[in-house]
Design a protein around this ligand. Structure first.
Ligand SMILES: [Zn+2]
Length: 176
C-alpha cells in the first residue's frame, strides 16, 4: 500500500523537521529569540520565524530559522528579520556592522579584506569575442567581510594610502 500524504509533502518545504526544531529550541535555550522579548516558552509553543520571511521567498533552512513565541511570530509578520528589528528599535550587531561597512570606500574594504586574508573574487564577463575579469563589487566585499570583521576592526580601521595621482580611468574601472 502506498501512502501519499500531499499535505506533508507541501508542508515539508515550510517547516523544519522535528530534529532541527529540537536543536533550534535548545540553541535558543527555550526562549523566544526576539531580543526584544526573550520570553521562556515550551517546546510546543515554539513558532519558527524566518530571517527572510517565507512569503518573501525565504526558504526554511536551519540557518534561516529563529525560535519565536507566538506573539513575536505574529509581530514579525512578513517583515524580514532586519526590518522586524528596526521596527522595535533593536540594533542588531550584524546589521550594524554591514551598515558601517557600507560607509567605507572600496579602498578601505580592500584593506580590511587583506588584513583578514579574505579573498573576494570578481567574476568573468564573457561576450562572443572575449572575456574579461570584472573586479568584485562593493557589496561582494561587504558580504564577505561582514562574516569576519569585528567592531574593533572598524574602530581602528586602517588608514587608506594617499590617493594615487589622477590617471585616465578605463571603462572597466567603474565597478558600480
Ligand atoms: Zn517573543
Amino acid at each position: 500500500m502506498i501512502y501519499w500524504d500531499s499535505g506533508d509533502e507541501r508542508d515539508s518545504k515550510r517547516s523544519l523537521g522535528i530534529r532541527d526544531k529540537q536543536i533550534l529550541y535548545r540553541n535558543a535555550k527555550g526562549r523566544c529569540q526576539n531580543p526584544g522579548c526573550g520570553k521562556k516558552i515550551d517546546f510546543d509553543e515554539m513558532e519558527i520565524g524566518h530571517k527572510t520571511a517565507w512569503s518573501r521567498g525565504g526558504i526554511t533552512t536551519f540557518r534561516n530559522s529563529v525560535c519565536l513565541c507566538h506573539r513575536c511570530n505574529k509581530l514579525q509578520g512578513t517583515d524580514s528579520w532586519a526590518v522586524f528589528m528596526k521596527k522595535q528599535n533593536i540594533k542588531d550587531p550584524k546589521t550594524e556592522l554591514k551598515e558601517s561597512l557600507k560607509n567605507l570606500t572600496l579602498q578601505e574594504l580592500k584593506l580590511l579584506a587583506a588584513k583578514h586574508k579574505v579573498r573576494v573574487a570578481g567574476y568573468v564577463e564573457e561576450d562572443l569575442f572575449s572575456s574579461r575579469r570584472v573586479a568584485p563589487t562593493k557589496s561582494q566585499y561587504i558580504t564577505k567581510l561582514s562574516k569576519v570583521v569585528t567592531d574593533s576592526d572598524l574602530r581602528s580601521r586602517p588608514k587608506p594610502p594617499p590617493k594615487p595621482k589622477r590617471r585616465a580611468r578605463r571603462k572597466s574601472d567603474s565597478w558600480w
